[in-house]
Design a binder for this molecule. Structure first.
Ligand code: SAM
Length: 187
């Protein structure tokens, strides 16, 4: 890791967790950076399901996957991530990533929201296989306010510690409201 931006911090945990042939979910496709990474890590024998509510995000991601010569191992869904449990079976997924917020360069009003984000995390956790991971980049302040951050963190606090290890990191000396990277390990 050569810089410590929240997205790179989160990608570090994806790279560690995903191997050739794995099943992965990108719950917030956006411009497709994470979908591309997961596609490459999972390889031609693996598969990536990626979700976004905006057609623009799906288009941007498809373009990026083609430009970067990623293996054709992906399904891009213009749907809310609250549907993620309809595509894969329980205990089958190696990695699920959420990068909350809005599409960079897009409409800030179409950002993720507290209720659907918590529901999607809740539905996603049982899909992880033992040893599987969920990686979250949580933002607050600015457009997104604090409601989503607080709802997600309150929910994570309730997860049974025998089943999930939740590690929340902190950009401790950064002013204002730095992003919060969270790693959840299914035990
Ligand atoms: N990880 C992305 C990348 O690599 O470019 C960036 C994701 S961006 C910060 C957040 C995305 O979440 C936006 O594109 C937004 O449209 C999407 N989003 C908002 N609500 C959603 C929902 N309910 N289900 C899926 N995606 C959603």
């Amino acid at each position: 890791m050569n810089n410590y931006q929240v997205t790179q911090w989160c990608r570090h945990f994806m790279e560690e967790a995903v191997a050739e042939g794995d099943l992965c979910i990108d719950a917030t496709m956006g411009n497709g950076h994470d979908t591309c990474l997961l596609s490459r890590l999972a390889g031609s024998r693996g598969h990536v399901y990626a979700f976004d509510i905006q057609p623009q995000a799906v288009e941007n991601t498809r373009r990026r996957l083609i430009q970067e010569h990623c293996p054709e191992n992906y399904t891009l869904l213009c749907q809310s991530h609250t549907n993620l449990d309809t595509y894969v079976s329980p205990e089958s997924v190696s990695l699920i990533t959420f990068n909350f917020g809005y599409l960079p360069g897009g409409d800030h009003k179409l950002a993720t929201s507290a209720k659907s984000s918590v529901l999607a995390i809740q539905k996603g956790l049982p899909l992880l296989k033992r040893g599987g991971r969920m990686v979250l980049c949580i933002y607050s302040g600015g457009d997104t306010g604090f409601e989503e951050r607080d709802a997600i963190l309150s929910f994570l606090k309730t997860l049974p510690s025998r089943e999930y290890l939740v590690i929340k990191s902190d950009y401790y000396n950064r002013p204002n409201h730095p992003p919060i990277p969270v790693l959840i390990l299914r035990l």
